[in-house]
Design a protein around this ligand. Sequence first.
Ligand code: BG6
Length: 485
Amino acid sequence: MVSRVIPVDPFDLVLFGATGDLAKRKILPGLYRRFHDGQMPEEARIIGAARSELDDDGFRALVAEAIAEFVDERRSDPKMIEAFLQRLSYVPVDARGSDGWQQLAGKMQPGRIRAFYLSVAPALFGDLAERLHQHGIADETSRIVLEKPFGRDLASARALNATLAEHFQESQIYRIDHYLGKETVQNLMAVRFANILFEPLWNSQYVDHVQITVAETVGVGGRGSYYDKSGAMRDMVQNHLMQLLCLIAMEPPYHFDPDAVRDEKLKVIRALDPLGPDDLVRGQYRSHQGEPGYLEDAENSASRTESYIALRVHVANWRWKGTPFYLRTGKRLRARASEIAITFKEPPHSIFDEAGGDWRENQLVIRLQPNEGMNLKVMIKEPGPGGMRLVQVPLDMSFAEALGENGEDIPDAYERLIMDVIRGNQTLFMRGDEVEAAWAWTDPIIAGWEARGDRPQGYDPGSSGPEDALMLLHRDSRRWREIKE
Ligand code: BG6
């Protein structure tokens, strides 16, 4: 099955931070892929803007390099790349001064969709928003796209929202959480709300517990100084893991409409119980066999920042009362593996006697990456004439195989999200009140461990995290799933 490509309307996209790392790795190669696949129309234009004194050709050369490095060979057609590069231009601008703004204003064409992508430090969001208005570049139909981190606590997120609100309506603001652009994350909504099978069981009466795991093998080397001020809680939980939790726990929205979906997610965040010290474990990877540990990577030998965190979370509402959600994420773990596992309860009564084999709970596992897919564990009879013996088997589906898709055909999260910006669809973007509610829940947890002076527990790189994280589940007579690709 080949994915359908529906072209978007012609647009002008101004990319601030166009020479930065994210632009080179994700945004520009992603736009090229959309151009190659026929989704970005010929007339669309991308205007790079940054401090560097480049001209159009210099910028094109930089983008050509990024395409060579980050786009697969199947799409590396020189004519196509050249046609894409012709859609690009560049203006040096000073985000905090006046240089370059008139020139940028002169480049805009009337009557087109305008999007401003701020792939810059959040400290510049306010300055850029203000100048876009001062120079008449943004109007009430323009869209502004913002990268995380969106604040580092409730106060700073509120201040950012207030600054943006001086220049843009909420309906114009697209806060990116790239996890929401991942194919399988969106599939969570399809699986839950387009099937009758799961929803009747989707509550504390039938679900024993939920595990959400986002495990990475990379460390923080290279971005240690940013990461050390952030840690796994701010970097991953407050945004990506909470978004996953929301999609699993939310009520069905009345319609697949941006505000209907976001209203339901917001209700989940607001229903989260506060966490106590026994509900979380923080870890920090050690140095191992000559490889630097977290403290060396962060260049801060006294750091108490966590590179791993596990949490036991309760959603205090009618549907979920009594079902724990266990969340964990960390760097330098055994494998790169992200998944959501829903473990169901035992049947109320067993008609099979104990000699009938090991009974195990039904489990639905949704794999986000790699090898996106779903796996439902069910009990069946062991084949053969040995009487009624039970065995658990997986109903296993890889989305790529089931849909006959080549993994490379699945658009990257950024590609999908940028196309949604152009279409004016905010469903997969965080609303201001959602971000604030997420910080309102996160802040006291961080303040708690800071006040207690807690230190993260060491763990070996290549392991599944600190020992105490195992205990978090053992105490509840449960076990984490193994972290494996
Ligand atoms: C980013 C975090 O938002 O997500 C990184 O800042 C993390 O620390 C990354 O590595 C993970 O994204 P992905 O798409 O590779 O799972």
